[in-house]
Design a protein around this ligand. Sequence first.
Ligand SMILES: Cc1cc2nc3c(=O)[nH]c(=O)nc-3n(C[C@H](O)[C@H](O)[C@H](O)COP(=O)(O)OP(=O)(O)OC[C@H]3O[C@@H](n4cnc5c(N)ncnc54)[C@H](O)[C@@H]3O)c2cc1C
Length: 394
Amino acid sequence: MTGASIAGPALAYWLVRYGFDVTLVERAPTIRTGGYAIDIRGTAIDVIDRMGILPAVRAEHVATRRVTFVNAQGRQVARVNLEDLALGGGDRHVELARGALTSKLFELIGSQVKHRFGDAIISLGDGPNGVDVGFRSGARERFDLVVSGEGLHSTTRALVFGPEVSFSRYLGYCFAVFALPNAYGLRREAVVYNKPGKAAALYSTSDGPTLYGLFAHRRPPLSPEEIDNPQRQRDSIARAFADDGWQVPGMIAAMQDAEDFYFDATMQIRMPAWSAGRVAVLGDAAFGPSFFTGQGTSMALVGAYMMAGSLATHAEPAVAFKTYEAATRPYVAANQRLVKDGSTMVAPGSSLALWARNSMIRLAPLFSRLGVLGPTRRAYEALVLPDFDSHHVS
Ligand SMILES: Cc1cc2nc3c(=O)[nH]c(=O)nc-3n(C[C@H](O)[C@H](O)[C@H](O)COP(=O)(O)OP(=O)(O)OC[C@H]3O[C@@H](n4cnc5c(N)ncnc54)[C@H](O)[C@@H]3O)c2cc1C
């Protein structure tokens, strides 16, 4: 298993439970705890429950109280109390810091998996008896299966399935997330500043001294030089927001120094097949739904559960991967359909779209009561977990 964020450790947990020996490869020197709050919703709540960590995960729930939207002059144009939206609450949703979830998954797998931090796969030879893997460190090893949970820009996926461009669907925006001191008096709430095609947000996920800053803006796709180059990424954001007011200048200064800076394109990964022989992809690497859906983490958790269960019940890896894919694709497709090209609630592209978004926010509690959000909730729940524990072959 390669990639130790959400998909990787979740798959490792289930495979260990079914009796597999697992090696977890991560190119970073240790687990990465950055990123702001992520959501676990619908079917993914059941996965967390079956892993036995639902109470511990719930204890980390952020319970965002409200989101306030301000215009270019910093004046409030809309506000939504999340308790008024069934989407934001209920027992089918938990919101917690991404790093906290990764840490919990690691506590759970403990020493039951072998770790290979600071390393990455550079070659793969898939044969009838296993996959011969070459590592950047020079090590070579044979594995029965290789699964990449390396996120949107997976290089192991590229080795087997071809370049990222063949599968990626760019949605027109890039975003950056970073921590900064809470000098704004915010408590478990977000304030979002918009101009057409741009958003800057301050988001407090706790009563503590730190909050998160977010920038999102419309722009051409990432150039190859920008991928894995945080300074270029910082510079591109600073240029895009150089003329903005509100709290933006202070946020840009804080972003330049932030150690846990996270940046990416909003894009979906859509692959015609999620496996080839003994090699498969999982999580964002296979079916990243984009930051705009807020469903990447839930889909990685559900995918891990389904893949491991299928591997435990079918002796032939290729059959297991295909069976898993057939059972999981409808759920993935329903969630990927939650966003349309170029349209986003976060940073609408024109003045008219911004006005429409603000009007929708004002009416959101009413829409929620009328059931307009039903299709979204159905996508979150679009898979009923099978029970693999009693059927697995050992
Ligand atoms: C540091 C960080 C911060 C994030 N912050 C946010 C956020 O604020 N909001 C949001 O919506 N989503 C965020 N995400 C993405 C979110 O975690 C995913 O969308 C979702 O949880 C699916 O997870 P995943 O495990 O499939 O992929 P990811 O979370 O993207 O994890 C991929 C992992 O693979 C590792 N990796 C990459 N390439 C290789 C390689 N060649 N060899 C070995 N390891 C490799 C990466 O270091 C990473 O640990 C963040 C991801 C990371 C890594």
